[in-house]
Structure formats: C-alpha cells, structure tokens
Write a protein that binds this ligand. Structure first.
Ligand code: GLN
Ligand code: ZN
Length: 768
C-alpha cells in the first residue's frame, strides 16, 4: 500500500506567498525575492510531506497565482491582447501577473483575464481563452523545473498536471464557429513533449487532474478522455499515470474511466463513498489499475474517522491486491487551512472543538496513520486507532454540539413556518399604505465605505487598545453620518452602513452558538486573496439579538424607514466549513431559525423593511444538474424559514450578486421576497430578461451602477439602464439601487454616484 497526496496548500503556513506577491506588485521587493519565497514554500511543503511519510509527494501543485493560469502559460495559449506585454520583454512572471490582474504601467494598458469559481469550491481560477485557430506550444517548463528542484533536495515527486480535457472544457471560445474540445489534437502534442521531458528528468509517476469527470460529459467529451489517456499509455508505456477526478463520483463517465490504461484511478470517497462497492464488484476495473482511495476529506476541516476509512481500505485491499491500493485525500489539500498546530488561542477555538479537527498538515499524518493501521493485523488494539475512536466518540456525544432545544424546535416546524401570511399582491398593497414610498424608490445594498479609520478602529478594539465604550461611540458617529448623508440626498430607504461588521458571515457567526473561528485558518480564494471561513461545529442557536442595536440606533435618527440588514442562512452555510455529522440542509435550517428570530426582533423594534442577503444561493448549486432540484428545494425553504415569520406589512428584501438567473428563476420567485435587488449594470440589464420571460411577480431593484470600480456613472447612463429596465418590467415593480454593497468604495465617489442615482430616479418619476 502507498500513501499519495494530490496537492498541498501553496500560500505558506503564514500566508508568506500572499505577502510576497503583494509586496512584489507594489514594487517593495524584487523579483528575485519573490522567486525565493516560492522556492522556500515548495521546499517546506516537500520536506514536510517527506517527513510525514507520504509516498507519492506532489510537485507542480505550487503556483504564484493559479494552476489553471500556469497551464495556460505552459501550453502557450496567451491571448493576443498581451502581445504588448510580451514584446515589452521582462520576466515571464510579469506576463503571467498581467494576465491574472491586468496591467497599467509605462504605456501598457491591458485588462485581466476573466476569473471564475473552480467547480463548487470557493477557489477561483483564471478562465483560458481560445481562438478558432488556437495554437499551442510548450512555453513554460514549470512542471519539469519543479520536479528537478525537488530532486535536487533528494525528494522524488509526482508532478501534477491539469489534464488537457478539463483544461479545454474550463476555457471559453473567444469567437464563434468552433467548440474548444476540437482543439484537443493540437493540444495533446504539447503534453507529449512535456511528458517526454519529465521522463528524461526521471519522473516515474505523473498525476493528471481531470475533475471535469465529476460532471456529466457528452460522448464527444468522453471520447476526448479516452483518446488522451490511450495515446499517453501508448507513447509513454513506462510512465505511471494517476488519473484523478474529485468533488463527486464519475457518474456516466464511470465505464470510460474504468477501462482506461492508467496506472491508478482516484476516487473521491468523501463526496461519493458509494462508488467503491460498485467498482470493486463490477469487474470492470482494468486489471492493471490501482485505486487511489480518497478517504481523507480535502474539502473540510474534520478529523478523519479511521474506523470508516479503514473499512474502505480493507474492502479494496481484500478485493484487489494490496499493491493496488493507494491512500489519499479526497482532493488536493488546497481547500483546507495549513496547520492546526498554529491554533493556540482557546478563546478563539475551544480545545474540545480543536480535538475534532485536522488541517492539511494533520491530514498528512492521517494518511500515514491509516496506511500503518491497514498494515497492522489487529489494528483495533493500536493506540493510534483507539485514540481516534475515542475522539470520534467524544464528538458524537459532546454537549457543545448537541442542543436538545434546537433539535426540538426543528422537529416542530410545520408548513406554515415556510410561508408569509398573505400572497404578494395583498402584501404589496398593505406595505404601500404603511411605507408610502414614491415610484422608483431608492435604496442601497447595505454597506457603506469601510474606510481605513473604520478598519483601524475595529482592529484596535480587537487588540484592546480601544475600549468598548469608545469603539461604540466611534461607530455611532459613523452611523449617524451615513444616515444624515442619505437623508440629505433623499434616499427613500436608508441603511445603517454596516460599519460594525468585519465580514457579512463572520459578523453573524461570531454571535451565534455552534460556530468557532481560527486565528490562522486561511484558505486561498484567488491569487493572493485568502479567506478564513468560520467553522460550524454544532447545533446553531442565537443567544441574543445580533443587529437590533445598530438598526434601531439608525432608525432613531431618521423619519424614513431604515432597512435592517441580515445575511441569509444559505450564504452563511456556503461560506463556512460545515459540520459533517448531519446533512447540510439541517444545519442550514438551524441557521435559518436563528435569522428568523433576528427578523422577528427587528420587526418588534419597529423596523419595517428587512433585507436577508443571499448572494451564495447560486454558487451552492451541485455540479450535476440532476442534483439541482433537491438542493434548491432545501435552500429556498431555508430562506423562507428565515424570512417569512413577519407581518404582511413588513417588507422583506433579498439581494444577490451577479448571477445568471435563467435556469433558477422559478426558485428565485419561490423565495417570495417582496423585493429582490440584483447586480445588473455590467450586463446592461440583460439579466432582467429572465425575470421578464418568467413574468416574475414581485418587485425588483436591478443594480444601476457598477460598484467594483471607483468610476462615477453619468446620469445618462443610469437613465438609459432604467429605461431599459422599464421596457421589460412595469415601473410599479422597479426599485433603484447600486449593484452591490459599497464597502470597497471610497466616500468621494460614493457620494457623487448616489446623488446621480437619486436624481435619475427623480427624473424617471417626473417623466410618468
Ligand atoms: N449587505 C451586503 C453589503 O452591502 C451585501 C454584500 C454582498 O452581496 N456580497 O455589503
Ligand atoms: Zn452583492
């Protein structure tokens, strides 16, 4: 038996890569310094994995920005607009960063390539762009360089490559008249050249990542997989190819992959434990193929359940030869934080909770431990096994996790808890009478600029150098200023500005029971950007109101109806590490109940409009369309549970950032929010078409200007967008607001832009 790792976090245990990249971009360190930092991280990772006894240690899993962009550079698929950068000379890494981030310097002005989510993770990759006549050639030898670099350290690695089929399918055609998969015959020779060089350098194993195999493929796409790996086997008979897909099962691609002439096939047994039995009993697995059993969760922070993993491992070992069993994480460890040992503050992460967890480094130990136990005849007596068993039992019974009150409340939920009292038409009339808003009511999405002063005050308060009284006074001043500004420019529905919030999920997580936090649990989101997701470990409940103080304070300063601002249950779930001992929908419903209580308390405090943000509903969609309905069903229900316990006169808003609504518009309508605000300006209101075609019944605020840039929109631009909106939706349904929250903006442009927006709404009213 062997252990294998699919990939290790590349940002460094202390986010060294983030710091170095950002310093390099701002000219504070040299290229040489940056390269050295990369080299140090790679060395640390390889050495650590060697020390932990991993047999197949990955290389080329390191990246200065993104592994898909690395592949684009490797195969020379540089879009034409970067010619100027290429011609300007300089290091290839500068071209690489220009593609990732855009470049405005010394006469050069190029935009960045598009970025999007890597499957259903929160990691973002840079989308490859292809022309019809796309040409590929080996432009960068990064995988070979990495292999040689590790070899010089005495570590024999397994280079990891993004497979050609996934690479093509993740990209985009930049012109009409062809499908990118047709480029495969041109791309494969580049991979062959690369494999040749890797073989020359002494590589024996090569890992090909083809996660696209966890999505249903067309016959043509499947044929591309067959062709790729058959050709590689033919040309490189002595290279051992490990083919890896993850984030799901192989679905309708299973028969294809089972018959491939690859040396090992990886299975994600966390997401799809059911796969193993079928494969072992089907007799279809190629006799020479080993199975890489992804038993250690690469997507979550929980300690491995040895009992469960060993059951899989032993089953495979008894059916196949032991030699044909490889023990692995379910996917690359890129998606989990680096090292749990760095969590030393029990106030932040209680010791009892920490005992249930494992980060990347600990997961390496688990892999090695599992291998050792699997090779021990009476492993059930081994201290390592018994310790793990005891920890699992402690977790199962912990009073920190299991709250009978929460469970009882969940059981008592009935149909009526998921619906408003009256249908929208009736609510609309009642709310109209109570709120007395003009046509084209103006509002914002919630946050106002989080200036340096705001962030500094929060940091000082957290450190203890600003006392609570002074911090609150400071926040009150900021809130009062933003209310008076909105009053002054006649925003119809003002907000309190969210100055007290660090992050829209963390702020709530910190006040809810069942959540824990880390000091250093960073995970790469994109490039140098990292996130530190909260950890939901137990039953969720709300010990006391979370937002009533600030919302009421803001309301006390104005006659206009202040909109209360909450984060929805699906978004809180989606942006956290979620407990794995109960179904996600159950955890989501528990959060929904906590938000429902908050909604009720806001209503009691006299708040007439409450927004429950759900920007993450769409990104939570499962990879396979066949699984969408079940997810949407519980996700929409959770939103309704959180928001429907109010009087008819209370107006519920929701907000979603840029997303294609076409295929989920029915579900969006089912949410039954009185008003939905969406990001719309960059698509020139095109996103509204889905609402028009569906005949969406409730009110809509299509964003009228882009908040991602400091640019102040002209009133003509806004008017044009509003007129476009008015063509597809009746004016009685339309709200006027920016695309999203304003927290990343400066005050100057925010003030100007909002004034222009209010004036545009006024003009629209006058034109009626
Ligand atoms: N209310 C949040 C804000 O304005 C919404 C942010 C979001 O949609 N991502 O910041
Ligand atoms: Zn948004």
């Amino acid at each position: 038996m062997k252990t294998s790792n699919l990939g290790y976090p590349r940002i460094g245990a202390h986010r060294e890569l983030k710091r170095a990249c950002e310093k390099y971009w701002s000219g504070k360190i040299s290229l040489e310094d940056l390269l050295q930092t990369g080299k140090r991280i790679r060395k640390e990772n390889w050495t650590l994995q060697q020390q932990k006894g991993i047999d197949l240690i990955p290389s080329n899993d390191f990246s200065f920005y993104d592994h898909v962009l690395d592949t684009t550079l490797m195969v020379g698929a540089i879009p034409d607009r970067y010619k100027s950068v290429q011609e300007a000379g300089g290091h290839p890494l500068d071209l690489y960063f220009a593609m990732a981030r855009g470049l405005q310097k010394e006469g050069l002005d190029v935009t960045a390539m598009e970025m999007t989510k890597w499957f259903d993770t929160n990691y973002h990759y840079i989308v490859p762009e292809f022309d019809k006549e796309q040409d590929f050639h080996l432009l960068s030898t990064k995988p070979i360089d990495g292999f040689i670099e590790a070899k010089a350290l005495g570590i024999h690695t397994k280079p990891v490559l993004l497979g050609p089929v996934t690479y093509l399918l993740l990209g985009k055609e930049k012109e009409e008249g062809f499908h990118r998969i047709s480029l495969l015959p041109k791309l494969l020779p580049v991979y062959h050249t690369l494999l040749n060089k890797l073989e020359e350098a002494g590589a024996t194993w090569v890992q090909f990542d083809e996660p696209i195999l966890s999505i249903d493929l067309t016959n043509e796409e499947r044929a591309a997989i067959e062709r790729t790996y058959e050709e590689i086997a033919e040309h490189f008979p002595s290279l051992k190819i490990l083919l890896a897909s993850y984030f799901g099962d192989y679905g309708n691609n299973l028969d294809t992959v089972l018959s491939l002439p690859v040396c090992a096939l990886h299975l994600d047994l966390k997401r799809a434990p059911h796969q193993l039995d079928g494969i072992l009993t089907s007799g279809k697995l190629n006799k020479k193929t080993s199975l890489s059993l992804g038993v250690v969760d690469g997507r979550n922070v929980w300690k491995n359940d040895f009992e469960n993993s060993l059951r899989h491992i032993q089953k495979a070992a008894s059916r196949l030869d032991e030699e044909r069993v490889i023990i692995s994480p379910s996917c690359s460890l890129l998606h989990v934080p680096n090292d749990l040992d760095l969590e030393t503050n029990e106030q932040v992460l209680p010791k009892e909770v920490k005992d249930w967890m494992a980060f990347a480094k600990q997961k390496l130990e688990e892999l090695e431990g599992l291998k050792r136990l699997a090779g021990t005849p009476d492993f059930r007596q081994a201290p390592l096994y018994l310790d793990n068993l005891a920890s699992m039992q402690r977790r199962r019974k912990s009073a920190l996790i299991h709250k009978p009150k929460v469970k009882q409340r969940m059981e008592q939920l009935g149909k009526k808890d998921y619906h408003r009292q009256s249908p929208f038409e009736k609510r609309k009339i009642l709310q109209g009478q109570s709120l007395k808003l003009p046509l084209y009511p103006t509002t914002t999405i919630g946050s106002f600029p989080q200036t340096k002063e705001v962030r500094q005050a929060r940091a000082m308060f957290k450190k203890g150098s600003l006392n609570e009284h002074d911090y609150i006074e400071f926040l009150k001043k900021e809130t009062a200023k933003v209310i008076s500004f909105q009053d002054g420019i006649n925003i119809d529905v003002p907000v309190h500005g969210e100055f007290e919030r660090n992050d829209m999920v963390e702020y709530f997580g910190e006040q809810l029971e069942g959540f824990a936090f880390t000091q250093n649990g960073w995970v790469q989101s994109y490039g140098s950007r990292c996130v530190k997701p909260p950890i939901i470990y137990g039953d969720v409940s709300r010990p006391k109101p979370m937002t009533v103080f600030w919302t009421s304070f803001a309301q006390s300063l104005t006659e206009r109806p202040v909109k209360g601002m909450l984060t929805g249950p699906v978004t809180i779930l989606q942006w956290s590490f979620v407990r794995d001992d109960q179904a996600r929908f159950e955890t989501c419903n528990q959060i929904a109940l906590a938000i429902r209580d908050e909604v009720a308390d806001l209503e009691k405090a006299g708040i007439k409009i409450i927004q429950v943000d759900e920007p993450a509903i769409r990104e939570g969609l499962p990879l396979r369309k066949g699984d969408w309905a079940a997810y949407l069903d519980w996700a929409i229900k959770a939103f309704k549970l959180s928001s429907s316990g109010v009087k008819d006169t209370t107006q519920i808003h929701t907000h979603m950032c840029y997303s294609e609504f076409n295929d989920i518009i029915k579900n969006i309508a089912d949410m039954d929010a009185d008003v939905i605000t969406i990001e719309c300006s960059r698509s020139q209101m095109e996103l509204l078409d889905a609402f028009y075609e569906f005949d969406y019944p409730n009110d809509i605020g299509p964003g009228v200007y882009d908040i991602h840039s400091p640019r102040v929109p002209s009133s003509d631009e806004i008017l044009e967008l509003l007129r476009k909106a008015e063509k597809v939706l009746p004016s009685s349904k339309l709200w006027v607001n920016p695309d999203c929250g304003l927290k990343t903006r400066g005050w100057k442009e925010t003030k100007e832009a909002l004034k222009v927006m209010v004036a545009a709404a006024q003009q629209m009213r006058e034109a009626i």
